[in-house]
Design a protein around this ligand. Structure first.
Ligand code: UDP
Length: 494
């Protein structure tokens, strides 16, 4: 047996956070890397693999060099229900800490797989919320990049807030605080900041995440340079590392069906949905969805429904599984569905979001401002109505409305992630009334021509960035070059 030099082969291990909004873009990342000559191992768990079964089968058929490594997820060991393997399956904030602990327990199985079953990767790209991967990379001397599924603007603001502990002494969560060292004046309240509600018991995790963010070799972001050039440059300077903007990665999917297949199985036959949309006038339908994690109470759902009805515009309204209840079902069937049947499509469960947004009938997206939803809206040229719920979503709203000017705000001031009814813990009003829902829909749908044109322009820019020779496409090629040639040698039979 001799050891000979061989052409180094780029080989990436991807470790996503088990949450729809983090897994979906990383599946795209796997595909992009593989299409550009890299080999990829995508780390997942049995339940998550089942959810993306369709896409795994497609990838197998396409013969792209991507394999899916399923690690057993220790849900029961940490006190979570069996099969609870994704953030959208958690039923309350107390389960978050258990989930985070279960994730970090994957460390040993990943190390032994890497030592015993897999050749050494040339790079690991891990979600920022999987900081334990830093230990794996160090133990095996593998370069490590972070990814967190968000854009550059929210990443930069969050970085400054976390690393400088900006809000630690702020008592009044309504006080406007200036973000120091930001490339322009930027103020925000503690309530709207991404640190939002601090959960006791998460301190160790947060500290580890900070450390691993600092020590990573670089950051991969699902954005494109032309969307937020000032912030890409400033983030690189502030964090002191390379920022690889390689998105919008969803555009690696050739058609909208492929894009929709990356998450859960849709709860509506796609043909039925398309037939309904085909009957509507161009740009006349409001699409309403709050992603996979945000919860909505029955009374808030009713206000949304009544606001949609009062607006007079056609709508597609997604009510996710976790928000369905007997109260909701009864309310819908006690007159509401009947009254709006000729102009409202209600999807109960999981919607084929990208397919819907891509349809010419869609004229606006009432969104919770999850980064993937924003990118999907940008790529389809659909202007937004913003209703952030928590985490980076208030920052994303700022980017959409105040900086990019492709949306209008519904006006929420406080986070509401675990579906509080009317008031939050601090007695702040978190309910949005039906009149406000109707008013903002009319504002966008009856006017908003400038916003609409800007949204279309950004859609064109996004495609250009991902096309051959575009900024994201070039960055991806450069990234593979940089992290694919660590000069490993391979052992071959003499
Ligand atoms: N999504 C979907 N159908 C649904 C709900 C969500 O396809 O019914 C997809 C959506 O297109 C996006 C992702 O799930 O790709 C949600 O990610 P986002 O960052 O918008 O929000 P999160 O769920 O992380 O809060």
């Amino acid at each position: 047996m001799d050891t000979v030099d061989s052409e180094p082969k780029p080989y990436f291990f991807l470790v996503p956070l088990m949450a729809q909004g983090h897994m979906i873009p990383m599946v795209d990342m796997a595909r992009l890397l593989a299409e550009h000559g890299a080999t990829v191992t995508f780390v997942t768990t049995p339940v998550n693999a089942l959810r993306i079964k369709k896409i795994i089968e497609k990838i197998k058929d396409s013969q792209l060099p991507i394999d899916f490594l399923k690690l057993e997820f220790p849900s029961e060991k940490v006190g979570l229900p069996k099969g609870c393997e994704s953030a959208d399956m958690l039923s309350g904030s107390d389960q978050i800490i258990k989930f985070v602990n279960a994730c970090s327990m994957l460390k040993d199985s990943l190390i032994s797989c890497l030592k015993e079953k897999y050749p050494s990767p040339t790079c690991i790209i891990a979600d920022m919320n999987q900081p334990w991967v830093g230990d794996v990379a160090r133990e095996l001397s593998i370069p490590r990049l972070t990814f967190n599924g968000s854009g550059v603007f929210p990443n930069l603001v969050t970085y400054i807030i976390r690393h400088q502990n900006i809000f630690s002494h702020v008592k009044d969560d309504k006080e406007l605080v200036t973000i120091p060292g930001f490339p322009h004046r930027l103020e925000m309240t503690k309530a709207k900041s991404p640190i939002g509600v601090q959960r006791p018991g998460m301190e160790k995790f947060s500290e580890k995440r900070l450390q691993e963010e600092r020590s990573a070799d670089g950051v991969v972001v699902n954005s494109f340079y032309e969307l937020e050039p000032l912030y890409v440059d400033s983030y690189a300077k502030t964090a002191g590392k390379k920022i690889w903007a390689i998105g919008p990665m969803l555009l690696c999917n050739r058609n909208t069906n492929e894009m929709s297949e990356r998450g859960n199985k849709a709860s509506i036959a796609e043909d039925d949905c398309l037939r309904w949309l085909d009957l509507q006038k161009p740009a006349s339908v409001v699409y309403v969805s709050f992603g996979s994690l945000a919860h909505t109470t029955f009374s808030q759902l009713a206000e949304i429904g009544l606001g949609l009805e009062a607006s007079g515009w056609p709508f597609v309204w997604v009510i996710k599984d976790g928000d369905k209840s007997t109260d909701v079902e009864e309310w819908l069937s006690n007159g509401f569905e009947e009254r709006v049947h000729d102009r409202g499509l209600i999807i109960k469960g999981w919607a084929p979001q990208m397919m819907i947004l891509s349809h010419r009938a869609i004229g606006g997206f009432l969104t919770h401002c999850g980064w993937n939803s924003i990118l999907e809206s940008i790529c389809t040229g659909v202007p937004m109505i913003t209703w952030p719920h928590f985490a980076d979503q208030f920052l994303n709203e700022m980017l959409v409305v105040e900086i990019l000017k492709i949306g209008v705000k519904i006006g929420v001031q406080y986070p509401n992630n675990w579906a509080r009814d009317v008031k939050d813990d601090n007695n702040n009003n978190v309910m949005v009334e039906r009149d406000d829902v109707a008013k903002v829909i009319l504002e966008l749908m009856d006017g908003g021509e400038e916003i609409r044109e800007k949204a279309r322009e950004l859609a064109r820019m996004a495609r250009k960035a991902m096309d051959e020779g575009g900024s994201s496409s070039n960055n991806l090629i450069e990234l593979i070059k940089e992290y694919g040639d660590t000069g490993k040698t391979s052992a071959v039979e003499a």
